[in-house]
Design a protein around this ligand. Structure first.
Ligand code: ZN
Length: 211
């Protein structure tokens, strides 16, 4: 029903999380009728995502791909690069926006590790895109100079979160490192990303050791 370029836009935008075909169509026509260079700015922003972002090789959070000389040594993110942070604790999160929520709450001062996803109930094998081998390497001291004493699993209390947390618990057990999971306050089915600072600080304080 729409001309092909508009339909193409809709089909692509409707694949984004939280956006369905109707919202994508509204966006398409809003952008089409917009006079304020939003389309140009969006083009630049998309290109920036493509070319100007890379991941921290330690925690896998996103960092700006700066020219040599302006980049932190070893391409570290500001968290991994900050000597003032507690370098004995790693907080494992599903995704970058979870890290941002925890960081904004101000209750956590340790290091992070971004898994890049969760197990799904349909997975037979461990999804290859998850940064699980990298987590084990960090904890066992093969990457970086950290001496990790506690791993906090700040993974949402959902079915997928539980599957992933259980797998990580079993995996980390032989490494004999205190492993905890954030606890009370986060209702079942809720997501870390949308928790407020008070709930998160309660959940972090009430974290339980997994034995
Ligand atoms: Zn990092």
């Amino acid at each position: 029903m729409y001309p092909k370029p508009i339909q193409d836009f809709i089909d692509n935008f409707a694949k984004l999380p939280g956006i369905g075909p109707r919202q994508a169509a509204r966006l398409a026509f809003w952008l089409l009728n917009d006079k304020k260079n939003t389309r140009e700015n969006l083009k630049r922003a998309l290109e920036g995502l493509d070319k100007e972002v890379k991941t921290c090789k330690f925690c896998h959070f996103a960092i700006e791909n700066l020219p040599a000389g302006r980049q932190a040594p070893e391409s570290k993110c500001p968290f991994c690069d900050n000597p003032a942070r507690d370098r004995k604790t790693i907080c494992v999160v599903e995704k970058e926006t979870d890290l941002a929520t925890i960081e904004k709450s101000g209750v956590y001062k340790g290091l992070y590790h971004v898994l890049g996803g969760l197990f799904s109930a349909l997975d037979i094998a461990i999804p290859k895109n998850l940064k699980i081998p990298e987590l084990v390497e960090r904890i066992s001291g093969r990457t970086g100079k950290e001496k990790i004493e506690e791993v906090i699993l700040a993974i949402s209390p959902t079915h997928e979160g539980d599957l992933t947390a259980r797998y990580l618990e079993r995996l980390l057990k032989p490494l004999k490192i205190k492993t905890t999971r954030i606890g009370r306050g986060l209702p079942y089915g809720s997501e870390v990303e949308f928790a407020d600072a008070k709930t998160l600080s309660g959940a972090l304080e009430s974290r339980k050791e997994i034995k």
